[in-house]
Design a protein around this ligand. Structure first.
Ligand code: SAH
Length: 234
């Protein structure tokens, strides 16, 4: 797929639209995102030192990560193609007084508008919902300044991730609505690293975000078999 704004699956957007009113309910279907947010925020901040940085959050949804990065002193733009999610994200700013610029724009189009502009680009839990993730990775690379930081997180593809992210989360624990995740779209770290390399990004580290069903606690760990974050430099 080329650099255009067709790299979107309308059914995927619809899934998130249906739930958009719940983005900021920490006990809703978005509970896992609320629970991993402090972990990923600290991780991103540790590498990139967010204060005063110009940051882009691609596929920001209701703004869980975007707002938290702005609280750390970053100047954040959040983009998504889900109109309802962006509406909820903007309304939430009225409640908190935090500052984020939200835009409904495809990342491929934004890369034409603002090439090499951002100190930090984050793209969390979004690549597994698009038809052509490599195109998103290329655009994120293009949006980053030379030497800038680019972070991706997504779901690995193997029997364990199927068990945890689909069977466990959607069917046994009811953490997520059924049909949230399409196993075929999960991405192995080696595949994501190849996409990054093809986009001329240097991959520095891959870290797991693991869920312990016994303690019901998420933590960062070397185990990237289910959910993982990859940090790259442009
Ligand atoms: N990044 C956020 C939300 C993850 S949910 C977080 O981690 O907290 C996935 C988000 O990706 C949804 O908000 C959905 O609307 C968005 N999305 C799906 N396809 C997209 C596309 N092609 N372009 C931009 N956003 C997309």
């Amino acid at each position: 797929m080329s650099n255009d704004s067709t790299n979107v699956d309308p059914l995927e957007l619809e899934k998130f639209s249906q739930l958009a009113h719940l983005w900021w309910d920490p006990n809703s279907e978005f509970k896992p995102l609320h629970e991993i947010n402090p972990l990923r925020l600290d991780y991103i901040d540790r590498f990139s030192n967010l204060k005063d940085k110009v940051v882009l959050d691609v596929g920001c949804g209701g703004g869980i990560l975007s707002e938290s990065m702005s609280v750390r002193g970053a100047k954040v733009t959040g983009t998504d193609l889900g109109e309802k999610s962006l509406k909820v994200a903007k309304l939430h700013l009225l409640e908190t007084g935090n500052r984020v610029e939200y835009r409904n724009v495809a990342v491929e189009d934004l890369a034409e508008e603002y090439p090499h502009h951002y100190d930090v680009v984050t793209c969390m839990e979004m690549l597994e919902h698009v038809p052509d993730p490599a195109s998103i990775v290329r655009s994120c690379a293009k949006l980053a300044k030379p030497g800038g930081w680019v972070f991706f997180s997504t779901l690995n593809r193997n029997p364990k991730s199927y068990l945890y992210a689909v069977v466990g989360a959607e069917y046994l624990l009811n953490l997520l609505p059924r049909g949230t995740h399409d196993y075929a779209k999960f991405i192995k770290p080696s595949e994501l690293a190849r996409m990054a390399r093809n986009a001329r990004l240097d991959t520095l580290e891959i870290t797991g975000m693991t869920y312990n069903p016994m303690t019901q606690i998420y933590s960062l760990s070397p185990d990237s078999s289910v959910n993982y974050i990859m940090v790259c430099r442009a």
